[in-house]
Structure formats: C-alpha cells, structure tokens
Design a protein around this ligand. Structure first.
Ligand code: PLP
Length: 421
C-alpha cells in the first residue's frame, strides 16, 4: 500500500500514514499488528535503530575523529534483539550490572567492547566484570578501588579502568536524571579525583587509561557537554575519555534536540581544544539510539466523562513508568485517525490515580476498540516494565520492510508465578 503522508520527527524514520490514514511503521500496518500480536505492544522499526547507530559512527568520521567507540547504553532497551542489532552494527555496550553484562555477552558483544558501570557494586558484580575481561571497568568510588585492589591482586591480566568523575555540571534536565552535579550519588568529585587517580596508578592489577563522565539524560544544550569536558581537563592528560550518554530526543512535535552530528562534532571539537588531539573517545548513548525507533500500541478499553474525559487503555505504568517517575511528556494519536481535537487524559489500567500516560492528549473522538499509538517509547519503557497489578509485560515486535516478528514474547499468566518455590 503506497504511503501518502510522512509524519513528524518523533515517529520512527520511514513511518507514514497510508491513503486511508492508517499508521505504517517499518512498512507494517499497526492496526494489523495490534490484531495479530495483541496490545499493549512495543513496535520497533529496525531500520530506525540501524540508521541512528550509523549516524553516530558517520558523525565521528565526519568530525575527523579516528579513534572512537560508540557504546549502546543497554539500560535504555535491554532486549537481546536490540542489543544484538547494535552489536551487528559494530557498536560496543555499556552495562550497569552483572545482569546487563550477562545480556550483553549473550547478545554477541565481544567482551573487549563492553564498559562496566555501577555505583553500588559488590565483590560478586566486580568479579563478574573481571572474569568477562570487559574492555573497561568504570571506577565509581574509593570503595570500588578497595575492592579492585583485593580482587585483582596477583591477576595475570591488568584490567583497564576509567574513573567516573562528577564534574559539578548540572544539565538542563529533570533532577531525577541529572548526574553531573557535585551532589550526586555517582562518581568521584573533582576535589577527590586526584587521590583516586593516584591510588589507581599505584595498583598492579589495573591499568588506569582515562576518565569518564555522564552528566545526565535528555540533555538539549551542547554547552553542558562543553562545560563537562572543560571541568575535567585540569585532572591530567589521559589517552582515553568516555563522555557518557545524555543526548536528548524529541518526545513531542515542538521539541528540537541537537542532531547526532551536531552533538558528536561539538564533543570532538571541545575535546581537541580542552584535552588535546589524538585521544580515544567513547560515548554511551542510550535514549538517542532507541527512543524514537519504537512506538507503543494500546487498545482503548473505555471512555469516561466527568470533569475531564478519561480514555483508559490496556497498559499504563507497567509498560511506561516515565510519566509517573518524572512527569515525562508524550503525545498520542488514534492509529487510523491522526490529528484529533478532543482533549482527553490518556490513562492506564493500574490501581493508582497517578497512572496517567498523557494529560491533555488531543485525540480524534476516541472510542473503545480504537488502537492508540504513543511514539518515542523505545528508551526506558521496556527497561522499566513491571508486573504491577499482575499485568503481564508487553511483547517487543520488530517491523522491517513490511515484515513483523516477535523478538520478546508477551508474558503469560504462568510467568507471573514462575519464580514461586
Ligand atoms: N552512561 C551512563 C553511565 C548512564 O548512567 C546512562 C543513563 O543513565 C547513559 C550512559 C545513557 O544515557 P542516555 O540514555 O541519556 O543516553
């Protein structure tokens, strides 16, 4: 079916409305997907993820940066198929726990392309990273150094490490996803950093290669990154710098984050100015790789009118916690009637008044049975999914060139008690 209308930049690349006004993602009709796979469901346009991965790599090359690595921050969408796709595109992977490490290895990442993080790692979790021989362990604290000293004593291999610095830079984002400010639970502050660096240089079992920072997430201002780089410059000259993730994405039509190319060019240029040339540069995008490539499909279950109009769907805070966690803003449409003018609250099925996906969504006269699409759900949606109210978690469907396939099945009711002993 020929596509007749392309959509705003919040939708996966290549999305369109067909001549009947029905949404197509990855060449698939989403209403047919809803019928075939049920709702709620995460639908991922495979080509969108690939294109953004390539955009990062191309941007480094275009900026003249030869020595670099783009690592997928797997916490954003830790599904094996997503991770395997990025492994296939040549990306590395950022893992924040032994669980993410396990998933990354299963997904096919070479251990040397893994970076292991964590602000509360016990011996077991650090040992798992050492056993896997990950490319870098990012040291978060003096307690990490104590543990590494013990765990690497007499080891045959010297583990490459970076130190995570908290550079005292606060980004323009929600406080719950801001991490670069001095008063943060992550990393080592600027004052403490020289002592941590000194200690790591003295350890036989580790090789200190450089510094890391991650300033926060959903950042729109490139000057935040420039300030972070300038702040760590006085800490010394290192061969490797990992500048974290954080590039923001558009959740609504009016949002215009910097393009991947602008972001990478700003990093490369500032690193050359502040840290010198010939450095190995790493970045760890999560959201910017996966957010816009995925939409969630819901079915309208009921429409209730009192002071407001409440449109209840068959998912909610079990498949997308972000609106409840930090007031994240989304937009929605009826999948075959875009451009509505009925103001509604799009609400979930959970037993919480706060289970509202979108306040003041504009929909076209929603009715029970309609398929609602919420775009930009690829980042931290599946990742934070839960079973509140005994709701089985939603499947992940990959759509590509008109073909759809399940890459994570829907949970069953039996899965809900599968861990009982
Ligand atoms: N790197 C680290 C250390 C992080 O903690 C995070 C997110 O929390 C990321 C990368 C990815 O951030 P984003 O999804 O905003 O790109």
């Amino acid at each position: 079916m020929a596509s007749v209308q392309t959509l705003s930049h919040v939708y996966p690349l290549g999305s369109a409305l067909d001549e009947n006004g029905r949404l197509q993602i990855g060449g698939c009709d989403v209403i047919e997907l809803a019928e075939r796979f049920g709702t709620p469901a995460y639908v991922v346009a495979e080509a969108d993820l690939r294109s953004r991965a390539r955009a990062f790599i191309d941007a480094f090359r275009a900026a003249g940066q030869e020595d670099f690595e783009v690592l997928f921050a797997s916490k954003a969408f830790p599904a094996t198929a997503v991770m395997a796709l990025f492994a296939g595109e040549g990306l590395g992977c950022d893992v924040a726990s032994a669980g993410e490490l396990h998933l990354a290895l299963r997904a096919g990442f070479h251990p040397a392309k893994l970076v292991a993080h964590g602000n509360a790692r016990d011996d077991r979790e650090l040992q798992a990273a050492l056993d896997a021989a990950v490319g870098h362990i990012v040291v978060d604290s003096h307690d990490d150094i104590d543990r590494l000293e013990r765990l690497t004593a007499g080891a045959a291999r010297r583990q490459p490490v970076l130190v995570r610095i908290t550079p005292g830079v606060r980004g323009d984002t929600h406080e719950k996803i801001s991490t670069g400010q001095a008063d943060s639970k992550f990393g080592v502050g600027l004052d403490e950093a020289p002592a941590a660096i000194e200690r790591l240089r003295g350890l036989e079992g580790v090789e200190l290669l450089g510094l890391h920072f991650h300033l926060g997430s959903q950042l729109f201002t490139l000057d935040t990154f420039r300030s972070g780089i300038a702040a760590i410059a006085p800490l010394g000259d290192f061969p490797v710098y990992n500048l974290g993730g954080g590039l923001g994405v558009a959740y609504t039509d009016e949002q215009r984050p910097p393009a991947i190319e602008e972001y990478v060019a700003a990093l490369v240029e500032t690193v050359r100015e502040q840290l010198g040339s010939g450095k190995r540069l790493l970045v760890e995008p999560g959201r910017a790789l996966v957010a816009n490539g995925c939409v969630t499909l819901y079915r309208v279950v009921g429409v209730k009118r009192n002071v407001s109009t409440w449109v209840s769907v068959d998912g909610g805070m079990s498949d997308n916690l972000r609106p409840m966690l930090y007031g994240a803003r989304y937009q929605a449409e009826i999948a075959d009637r875009f451009g509505g003018a009925t103001r509604v609250h799009l609400t979930g099925k959970h037993c919480e008044s706060g289970d509202i996906l979108i306040r003041d969504a504009m929909l076209d006269d929603p009715r029970p049975g309609d398929v609602v699409v919420v775009p930009v759900t690829g980042a931290y949606g599946y990742a934070m999914a839960n079973n509140y109210n005994g709701v089985p978690r939603a499947p992940v469907i990959f759509a590509s060139d008109g073909e759809a396939r399940v890459v994570v099945r829907r949970e069953t009711l039996d899965d809900l008690h599968a861990r009982d002993v």
